[in-house]
Design a binder for this molecule. Structure first.
Ligand code: GDD
Ligand code: MN
Length: 395
């Protein structure tokens, strides 16, 4: 039998979604259906989604099944369905596995400006799509189906599964509060989002949770949550195992590092500055070396550390913000701002050092360390906003 729709080519390499898809058709929505062993569900879900989307976006959508070489040959049945459903496309992966990366590979071949994902096993009710689509139409960047808002819930989940899900959410709130805290159901695998919020960013999800990847790495502004009842599976079974929970924790830490990367670099540079500051404070002020007055020694040591930190931060921590600002004059202007901010920080730390050393901790080195640590956050935030971000005219 001639197949109506050959399998889509599988993207390889970086999980990077293009800003403007190559397409000759006006596709508004590309909805990914990730499948693994869903032969008994795939016909029903394609049929229900077609009814729903023919009503919502007639001729303006595509369904993309992304199957990971299911032993039950789900991909093959999906291919046969393309005869009857021309807006259905099928992608069969044989070299990669995993729910989250399957979704991203599907988005890489997608042609719509709005991307989405829904499970194949009918646990995500297709009729919720209307409200998600309406939320996107009202300006949301992300419209996500949630079990934890009004109208939401889970069917007969065991107490264990409920505790595991809530426990995972709590852990996420501790490690990645600014991401996990933005939605009531960060585990949701049912949502629509604007392509431009994640286009051009190299994604690197782990395991199941594609939603925390897009919220953690994307430029997501307005989020709308729509309540839904997570349905009982009719056939087949969940592929969630203990491994997915470990992958979730790994994913949280990977996002934590990615989101704190710049601050961690600033801290590393700051630590090198501490070494410079402490060594020179010893060289200038200790009785066994030059024995200069403490305040003069601190000023000389502090300024030397500021120069050290500027050179490292300019070439490493904030380098990506100043790719087009490399002239000597621009560099010197950044140095002056950095110096001014750090001198304010130095005055702050001098005051703290003086107060701590004379009234609390009579060890100059411990007092100095506390003084430095306390102005680090002040220096980072102000320099990011005033010394580097503002010089980036492209922003
Ligand atoms: N391509 C691909 N590769 N698809 C997969 C894989 C995989 O490795 N593992 C699972 N899927 C597909 C399943 O075929 C199904 O369509 C969907 O992903 C969800 O898989 P389930 O195994 O049924 O997950 P669940 O029901 O326990 O949890 C789902 O719902 C939760 C609430 O929305 C998942 O979507 C979770 O991510 C989600 O938190
Ligand atoms: Mn399921």
């Amino acid at each position: 039998m001639l197949r109506h729709n050959l399998l889509l080519p599988v993207s390889t390499g970086d999980l990077l979604i293009p800003l403007s898809p190559i397409t000759d058709r006006d596709i508004q929505l590309s909805l990914i259906i990730p499948t693994y062993q869903e032969r008994n569900n795939i016909t029903e879900i394609v049929q229900q989604l077609t009814i729903e989307l023919d009503r919502l976006i007639p001729n303006g959508y595509e369904l993309i099944v992304v199957d990971d070489n299911s032993p039950d040959r789900t991909w093959e049945l999906a291919q046969d369905l393309t005869e009857q459903y021309p807006h259905l496309r099928v992608l069969r992966r044989t070299k990669e596995r995993g729910l989250a990366t399957a979704v991203v590979r599907g988005w890489q071949t997608a042609r719509g400006q709005i991307l989405g994902v829904i499970d194949a096993d009918l646990q995500h009710p297709p009729e919720v799509l209307g409200q998600l689509w309406q939320a996107i139409g009202s300006g949301a960047d992300l419209a996500i189906a949630s079990r934890n808002v009004e109208g939401g819930g889970v069917s007969e989940w065991s107490l264990l599964r409920r505790c595991l899900s809530r426990g995972a959410q709590l852990l996420g709130l501790i490690i990645l509060p600014e991401t996990i805290g933005r939605v009531t159901d960060p585990m949701s695998g049912y949502f629509l989002l604007r392509r431009e919020t994640i286009a051009g960013k190299v994604l690197s999800p782990v395991g199941y949770k594609i939603s925390i990847e897009v919220i953690g790495r994307g430029d997501i502004g307005k989020i709308v949550e729509v309540g839904y009842e997570f349905q009982e599976r009719q056939t087949g079974n969940s592929k969630v195992t203990g491994r997915q929970y470990l992958e979730y924790i790994q994913h949280l830490f990977r996002l934590r590092l990615a989101r704190s990367g710049r601050f961690l670099q600033f801290i590393a540079v700051g630590l090198s500055g501490v070494v410079v500051d402490m060594s020179l404070l010893y060289l200038f002020s200790d009785a066994s070396t030059l024995g200069l007055p403490l305040i003069l020694s601190k000023i000389l040591a502090g300024e030397s550390a500021i120069i050290n930190n500027f050179l490292w931060n300019d070439r490493w921590t904030f380098a990506d913000l100043i790719r087009t600002q490399t002239s000597r004059r621009q560099k010197f202007r950044r140095f002056l701002k950095f110096n001014l901010i750090c001198l304010v920080g130095l005055l702050l730390s001098l005051t703290i050092l003086h107060l701590l050393y004379n009234f609390a901790i009579h060890d100059r080195y411990i007092a100095n360390f506390i003084a430095i640590a306390s102005v680090t956050l002040f220096n980072y935030w102000l320099n990011l906003k005033l010394s580097w971000r503002v010089t980036d005219d492209s922003k």
